[in-house]
Design a protein around this ligand. Structure first.
Ligand code: PMP
Length: 334
């Protein structure tokens, strides 16, 4: 037998790097997307889920039959639930009700105990992350086999997973020929972990934050002030604080991406390259185009294709949703 993976867990990671022909031709650079949507749970967050669970097992924080509790925009919950199913842990997933119906449906169908909460800022104790921490504390009083609060934002096992896998894979796949890496931040695990690994191989690789509107990070890294302006329909990205995963992240530069810009990229990728991607991938590829233009022709820019567009059918690919927000509707949907 050849090329057989040893069960579900062994299918996480080792994703292809895809040359994006349109963005590459438009900039004279080579723009490569790390195809994280091909992970078995459909997103980049499978890696963080596996890394967090393995770290907790190594530290003796998870016992057989234990419960994993997490606050998530959805993808980490999907990853944790699938990895949990494969390893014998149950999951309780807390999610802001504003996130896509497709992610909620997926969580329910794979057996997560899903709790939806109003979308409120981190400063409010009802915020999904803070609610999940409190809930983990409550459940720990009655759960016989113990409870793990995964804490993806401040648990650096998350970025360590990307340091050990995503970053090394990109270095190997490009043969070290990479001038810049850019991606957006939810927890910061992908940007910081991958960035740290690439910098260790070659300190001249530029690590660039891709920030959607409504996130406070662009202003923080550009001007030293956490300040947000506007908002975004993208999910899973945008951050208002410096998470532990972001502390010490080797960020050289930062770019901002608007929703129309990200959507334009997503629709082009569907129509011209057959790639059906979610909003954060649109932000990432749009940022890679900006970075390529700054660097000039002949450079290689790597970014992350975080998840499938089908996860946002009811939003990004729904003309009524787009029209309500004055966003462009792709011609084939109009
Ligand atoms: N894109 C999507 C679709 C996500 O769900 C997430 C994670 N919330 C990210 C990007 C950001 O990844 P990270 O948490 O590693 O910063």
């Amino acid at each position: 037998m050849t090329d057989v993976r040893d069960g579900f867990l062994d299918t996480i990671g080792r994703t292809p790097l895809i040359k994006l022909h349109g963005p590459s031709a438009a900039t004279g650079c080579t723009i490569l997307g790390k195809a994280e949507f091909l992970n078995p749970g459909g997103s980049v967050k499978d890696r963080a889920a596996l890394a967090i669970i393995q770290d907790a097992e190594e530290k003796g924080l998870l016992k057989p039959g234990g419960v994993i509790v997490e606050g998530t925009a959805g993808n980490t919950g999907i990853g944790l639930t699938l990895v949990g199913n494969a390893l014998g842990y149950r999951t309780v997933i807390v999610m802001p009700e504003t996130q896509s119906q497709e992610k909620k449906d997926m969580l329910r169908l794979i057996g997560a105990d899903l709790r939806l909460v109003p979308a409120v800022p981190y400063s409010n104790p009802g915020n999904y992350v803070r609610y999940s921490e409190a809930l983990a504390g409550e459940l720990a009083k009655t759960e016989a086999n113990g409870v793990l609060w995964a804490n993806q934002f401040d648990n650096v096992a998350n970025r360590l997973g990307h340091y050990r896998t995503t970053g090394q894979e990109i270095w190997r796949q490009t043969g070290g020929k990479v001038d810049a890496f850019t991606c957006a931040v939810g927890t910061g695990g992908t940007l910081a972990g991958t960035g740290m690994a690439l910098k260790e191989h070659d300190k001249d690789i530029r690590i660039v934050l891709a920030d959607p509107m409504g996130s406070a990070l662009y202003h923080h890294y550009a001007h030293g002030e956490l300040k947000a302006e506007g908002g975004s329909i993208t999910e899973g990205i945008g951050q208002g604080r410096i998470t532990k995963n972001l502390v010490g992240a080797p960020i050289d530069d930062q770019v901002q991406v608007t929703d129309p810009e990200a959507l334009g990229v997503i629709f082009e990728l569907v129509q011209k390259e057959g790639l059906v991607l979610g909003g954060s991938s649109g932000v990432n590829v749009a940022a890679a185009i900006q970075v390529a233009r700054k660097l000039g022709p002949g450079h290689t820019v790597v970014t992350v294709l975080c998840d499938y567009g089908t996860r946002y059918q009811s939003k990004l690919f729904n003309p009524a949703f787009l029209k309500e927000r004055d966003l462009p509707v792709p011609e084939w949907l109009a």
